[in-house]
Structures are given as structure tokens and as C-alpha cells.
Design a protein around this ligand. Structure first.
Ligand SMILES: [Zn+2]
Length: 226
């Protein structure tokens, strides 16, 4: 079937989602050169890393990491934009798979279930998809763990976070999430997944409601840290 693949590619060449160059036959979604240059943090290999420190003194979590640095103007920033606003869930899934593969070789391998940070249903309806869900799906596939997208929901819509102080943002998110299936979560080690981590307030709020369920532990994985 290789001739067919080549033929289709000749007529509809697939382009790298990061740099726009035409992909080679062995490349998927992102070209090898871009993958090589994506700004990995390798924080999952260090327990007290800068992402874990964001949560110090705020909430007890097992482990926290982010896969990439969210550098302005980088190819990675373009990928995140395509993922969040252009419907490119395949990007989230592909990067999630790579992320999950790396997490397997770290202390994160002990998780039981992957949960993406939920969007409010109105926002989900507007955007059509939850970008964190595709990242979580890729992670879960590589780690061979289940994903739950229904056990935690977002019950209130938060306004824009960008012009608020850290404390205001925290107030803004602290009653945002609700656990709908506590029996499913009880006793489990949950890996919470988000796209870009900034202040950590959203993750903190979501982790807090999960930890109200008996015996749960929470670890945190963001695709990128700003
Ligand atoms: Zn590229």
C-alpha cells in the first residue's frame, strides 16, 4: 500500500503542523526536525522541579510536571494555537502519546487513571472539543491507563484569567469543579492533564475537589508550562 500512500501524498501533501514543511513518509503530524527542536523540560525526571514547586504550600500532590516550555514565538506555541483554536486535536493526541511514553520511564508510572481538566459545557459547545482531552487520550494510550471525562465536571464558567491577580484567579476557580462519580475515583491515583500551566490555579482547584474523595491521590501533567 506504500504506492497509494505516496500517491495520496503527491496530490494532498501533509504538512508539518509546526513549521509547514511537507512531511516525509515516516513522519506524522510534526516533522522530525521540529520534534527534535521542541523545548522539552524533562521535569518528570526531577521530583522537586519548578512545576512541582508551583503547588508547594497550596495543595498536597504526588508529582507534577510539564512536558515543554511554552516559549513565545516558538514552533511549539504554533502547535498549541492549532490545537486550541484550529481543531487540530491530532496534535494534542500525538504530543500526548510522546509525553505518556516518557512518563512511563519515571515515577508517574504508578497512576491509575487519567483525567483531563474539563471545560464548561457552554465552552465545549462553542469550541466543539476539549483540547486537554486529546492530550489525555494520547498519554493514556501510551501508559495503557483508562481516561475518564465524565467523573469531574466544570460547573461554573470563569471569566478571562489574564488581567487578574493570582489571588483573584484563585477565588475565581475555587468553586468551579465538581466530582460526579466519586465511586469511580475512590482509592485511585489520578493524573490530571491540562494544556498550558500558568498560575496552577485551575489544576489546584480541580485537584482539591478530587482529593475530597476518600483515598484519592493526585499527580499533575501539563503539556507545557508558561
Ligand atoms: Zn516541522
Amino acid at each position: 500500500m506504500e504506492w497509494l500512500h505516496d500517491f495520496i501524498n503527491l496530490i494532498f501533501p501533509a504538512n508539518c503542523a509546526a513549521c509547514g514543511n511537507i512531511l516525509m513518509r515516516n513522519e506524522r503530524i510534526i516533522c522530525s526536525e521540529c520534534i527534535y527542536h521542541l523545548p522539552k523540560t524533562d521535569f518528570h525526571l526531577i521530583h522537586d522541579n519548578p512545576v512541582a514547586r508551583i503547588f508547594w504550600g497550596r495543595i498536597m500532590i504526588e508529582q507534577a510536571t510539564a512536558y515543554y516550555f511554552f516559549n513565545k514565538g516558538s514552533r511549539f506555541r504554533r502547535l498549541i494555537h492549532e490545537l486550541k483554536y484550529q481543531g487540530r486535536q491530532d496534535i494534542g493526541y500525538e504530543l500526548g502519546r510522546a509525553f505518556g511514553h516518557d512518563l512511563l520511564n519515571s515515577g508517574f508510572r504508578d497512576i491509575d487513571m487519567v483525567i483531563p481538566i474539563p471545560l464548561h459545557r457552554n465552552k465545549l459547545r462553542r469550541r466543539g472539543y476539549n483540547q486537554s482531552e486529546s492530550i489525555a487520550g494520547g498519554i493514556a494510550e501510551s501508559m495503557d491507563k483508562p481516561v475518564s471525562t465524565t467523573s469531574v465536571i466544570r460547573v461554573s464558567q470563569t471569566g478571562t484569567q489574564t488581567r487578574k491577580s493570582r489571588y483573584e484567579r484563585w477565588l475565581n476557580v475555587k468553586d468551579v469543579f465538581r466530582v460526579t462519580e466519586p465511586l469511580l475515583l475512590a482509592g485511585k491515583h489520578i493524573l490530571l492533564v491540562d494544556d498550558v500551566l500558568t498560575t496552577g490555579a485551575t489544576m489546584e482547584a480541580c485537584a482539591a475537589v478530587i482529593q475530597e474523595v476518600k483515598g484519592t491521590k493526585v499527580s499533575i501533567a501539563a503539556l507545557a508550562v508558561a
